[in-house]
Write a protein of this length. Structure first.
Length: 56
């Protein structure tokens, strides 16, 4: 799952901070998901997959 968050973020061409702002979490939270330090859940992955480029 860690690589999924990073892959999805990169496909959206978002920085960790931009994704964090959209999801209302910290940049450190995004980083910890991407490195596998903390686990994300399916709800977060759904939220990321629902992000449209126009939402930025």
């Amino acid at each position: 799952m860690a690589s999924e968050v990073k892959k999805m973020r990169q496909q959206l061409k978002l920085t960790q901070q931009e994704l964090a702002d959209i999801l209302y979490v910290t940049r450190q939270c995004i980083s910890s998901w991407e490195t596998g330090k903390n686990k994300t859940n399916s709800d977060i992955l759904k939220q990321i997959s629902n992000i449209q480029l126009d939402d930025r």
